[in-house]
Design a protein around this ligand. Structure first.
Ligand SMILES: Nc1nc2c(ncn2[C@@H]2O[C@H](COP(=O)(O)OP(=O)(O)OP(=O)(O)O)[C@@H](O)[C@H]2O)c(=O)[nH]1
Ligand SMILES: [Mg+2]
Length: 437
């Protein structure tokens, strides 16, 4: 995708992201004797994370120079997440100190002459293509990154939109949101004062990335302060209403550890690090006319692993802020899985981020976003099978089976098991175990 940097900070972030992509790609040179996989999926589904796991499980792990790059990216993740939370406090109209369980929070007095706190516009909304990654397992020493611009065949139509439905849970949420908004107005909206708004103002004005050694102690303190604020915690509970990276909690709760000058990221930190894959323009799959160009890459692909973040059922896409992420994934899956070129290619579906999904279904009812789900909203088995069946129903080539795995890509133990099974499937020893695993 285009690296159109609008500020030096953006340029730095893009450069860091490219360096990470390059590092992953550099591991790709020795894969000839290995099984080649095409990893596909919409944005933030976990493709890079699976690739990192392959490096850990089948490769040499992360080199020292890579760790240095990730260090900056991880600290950038913490700042990005903290900023997103502060911006969302304004856009969702939640006052600092607001506790939804104690709806009448005492308000500080607002001085008349207080300057309006700066409220920065929300995250840039550059359109971002779906990316594809070629990875390798089973004896491969590395992985290779290729790219795709968009779906192979644009069959994105006729998908129903998520509907809203009145329900008990919705009403409770509404009551809290309304109480927050009333309180936000009462304390002066964006003119509210106190330690929370002050810390937020500092965070909002700090650059995304930093060229110095580490994030300043002042910003670390500001991040800790807001994270302990009940209003921010309430805002975090509504993270599906704005764009927030999934590793927010992981890095912010560990802000002291990741900001010391001696910090070296652990493999677990690297797995949680969010960097958008940017060097995905080598092979564009824009139109059928270009098929000659990209088809050779797929010829020797043993299987396609398609990733979808099952936890994203209540979220909208980063790119347009309106399309439900699961519907987007289903559309993309339809265009891949039903493409004649892949008619006989083993198709393995990873319904990823089950750790987040398990937590989320407790408070965010699936049926509110997918009214065709009839069953217990808090039942993991029922809800996860519901989504798996949605993907399976798309397959137009019944002779070609789709293997479904529920995955937790940041967990090496679980991923190792899944990849071992995938290996067996590809080698043909497990072909009878089709269906949901
Ligand atoms: N909790 C949790 N986080 C995950 C899981 N899989 C991926 N993530 C996180 O989700 C974020 C996005 O993952 P990536 O691997 O970068 O997603 P991607 O598909 O490569 O995204 P693009 O490059 O933008 O297309 C990262 O912060 C990952 O650490 C998971 O199973 N559980
Ligand atoms: Mg990626």
């Amino acid at each position: 995708m285009g690296g159109c940097a609008s500020s030096p900070q953006d340029a730095e972030a893009i450069a860091a992201s490219r360096a990470i992509d390059k590092a992953l790609k550099n591991d790709a040179k020795e894969i000839d004797d290995s099984i080649r996989l095409l990893l596909l999926g919409s944005g933030e589904s976990g493709k890079s994370t699976i690739l990192k796991q392959m490096k850990l499980i089948y490769g040499k792990g992360f080199a020292t120079d890579e760790q240095v790059i990730y260090r900056t990216a991880i600290q950038g993740n913490a700042i990005t997440a903290a900023k997103a939370l502060c911006w969302a406090m304004d856009s969702l109209k939640i006052p600092y100190g607001f506790d939804p369980e104690v709806l009448a929070t005492p308000a500080p007095a607002i001085p008349d002459d207080l300057d309006r706190l700066e409220s920065l516009s929300s995250q840039h909304n550059a359109s971002r293509p779906v990316s594809a990654i070629i990875g390798s397992i089973g004896g491969g020493k590395g992985s290779d990154i290729l790219g795709s611009e968009e779906s192979l065949d644009d069959s994105r139509s006729n998908m129903e939109s998520p509907m809203e439905e009145e329900g008990e849970a919705v009403k409770v949420v509404d009551a809290k949101a309304k109480a927050a908004e009333a309180e936000y107005k009462r304390v002066g909206g964006s003119r509210q004062v106190g330690p929370g708004p002050l810390a937020a103002a500092k965070i909002k004005s700090t650059p995304f990335t930093h060229s110095g050694d580490s994030i300043s102690a002042e910003i670390v303190d500001a991040i800790k302060l807001i994270w302990n604020d009940p209003g921010i915690q309430y805002c975090y509970s509504r993270a599906n209403e704005f764009q927030l990276i999934d590793c927010c909690k992981y890095f912010i709760t560990d802000i002291d550890r990741i900001c010391v000058s001696t910090y070296t990221p652990t493999p677990q930190d690297i797995l949680h690090c969010r960097t958008m894959t940017t060097n995905i323009t080598e092979t564009k799959m824009k139109s059928k006319n270009e098929r000659k160009k990209w088809a050779p890459y797929f010829d020797d692909v043993s299987a396609i692993i398609f990733l979808a973040a099952i936890s994203s059922y209540d979220q909208v896409c980063y790119e347009d802020n309106s399309t439900n992420r699961i519907l987007e994934a289903l559309n993309l899956f339809a265009s891949i899985c039903n493409h004649p070129l892949f008619k006989t290619t083993s198709m393995i579906l990873f319904l990823n981020k089950i750790d987040l999904f398990t937590e989320k279904i407790k408070t965010s009812p699936v049926s509110q976003f997918f009214p065709d789900y009839i069953g217990d909203d808090t039942d993991y088995g029922g809800t996860s099978t519901f989504f798996a069946n949605k993907f399976l129903a798309i397959n137009k080539y019944p002779e070609r089976k789709i293997y479904v795995h529920f995955t937790w890509a940041t967990d090496t133990k679980q991923t190792r098991k899944v990849l071992d099974t995938v290996n067996k499937i590809i080698l043909g020893s497990n072909l009878d175990d089709a269906g949901i695993a």
